[in-house]
Design a protein around this ligand. Structure first.
Ligand SMILES: Nc1ncnc2c1ncn2[C@@H]1O[C@H](COP(=O)(O)OP(=O)(O)OP(=O)(O)O)[C@@H](O)[C@H]1O
Length: 290
């Protein structure tokens, strides 16, 4: 049967990588016999608008060329639509694709997953009426995320390292109330993160061990540590070897409330809104090629 696929391209993802890889991805899909309709977005709003048109059109599947921000926009429409969704990573972080095991640096290999047609259902977090595909950050990491988003250099995920060093100069621990499935935790902390998947910031395993299809939210609280200890912890986050550190507390639940005055939550690397935030889970809401 001839499959019809919509290829939605954010040309700006990864500072132009989206535009650069699109022709090869289109070729790969077409060479495998798929009918490919290419839609190139011109603004953030286009992602949801086009995704809605594609769902209504009765296409067999949609593939998105972009980073976590683009996937976040697409997921708002594709969640619970039943339409299979392929990710062709083109961003700087690509943490949703990473969690799925999609090849990050080989767009044609990522396209091959769409061609093969194997799907699975993955969980999404829900907060402030938005679906979230990776992690909600609320704390020191929000400030790092904000600073990294405003930086034009360096290009890749090392932006987060540079932003971390800059934020560390002035950061002091925050007072939190974190409620996990009704259990109230009052604590000072550097950050509180809640995810369906394990990573943010381009591979930092802030919710190490999170399974994207277990119907649960993983919660990480990093309790107050010295600047030096936090600096030592961050490289460990990329390897996941921070697990077990006395300042790192891991919990799991289905509903999580994070309260701390004056902090903006970030989700999928973009601002979500001021705390407090209530995070829930939509089990198996997104059907993805893997
Ligand atoms: N033409 C466009 N189409 C879609 N989004 C656009 C466009 N131009 C700018 N944007 C902005 O790009 C953001 C998404 O970028 P995306 O996340 O795909 O790439 P990235 O920031 O390079 O990667 P990552 O999020 O993985 O670090 C959107 O949130 C949107 O605001």
């Amino acid at each position: 049967m001839n499959r019809r696929i919509a290829l939605v391209v954010n040309p700006t993802s990864g500072r132009g990588r989206g535009a650069r890889i699109a022709p090869a991805v289109r070729e790969r899909l077409a060479a495998a016999g798929l009918t490919v309709d290419v839609h190139t977005t011109t603004c953030a709003e286009d992602v949801g608008r086009i995704a809605a048109e594609v769902v209504a059109s009765g296409a067999d599947a949609v593939a998105l060329i972009g980073g976590d921000g683009t996937i976040h926009l697409g997921a708002q429409v594709l969640a619970n639509s039943g339409m299979p969704f392929g990710v062709i990573p083109a961003g700087t972080g690509n943490d949703f694709a990473r969690g799925l095991g999609v090849p990050l640096k080989d767009p044609e290999a990522a396209a091959d997953l769409v061609i093969a047609g194997r799907t699975r259902a993955v969980d999404l977090a829900v907060a402030k009426d938005e679906f979230i595909t990776t992690v909600v950050a609320g704390g020191f990491d929000s400030l790092v995320n904000k600073r990294a988003n405003a930086m034009s250099w360096p290009k890749g995920s090392s932006r987060y390292t540079v932003a971390t060093l800059a934020e560390l100069r002035t950061f002091t621990p925050l007072e939190y109330v974190v409620t996990v499935d009704g259990e109230v935790i009052e604590t000072a902390a550097m950050l509180v993160a809640v995810g369906t998947g394990p990573t943010y910031g381009g591979g930092l395993q802030i919710c190490a061990g999170a399974e994207i299809d277990d119907g649960m939210l993983d919660v990480t609280i990093i309790e107050p540590v010295s600047r030096m200890t936090l600096l030592q912890l961050f490289p460990k986050l990329s390897k996941g070897t921070h697990v077990g550190h006395p300042a790192v507390r891991a919990l799991r639940g289905r509903s999580v409330r994070i309260e701390s005055p004056g902090i903006t939550a970030y989700a999928d690397g973009e601002p979500l809104g001021p705390l407090p935030v209530d995070v829930g889970v939509a089990p198996g809401a997104l059907t993805v090629f893997h």
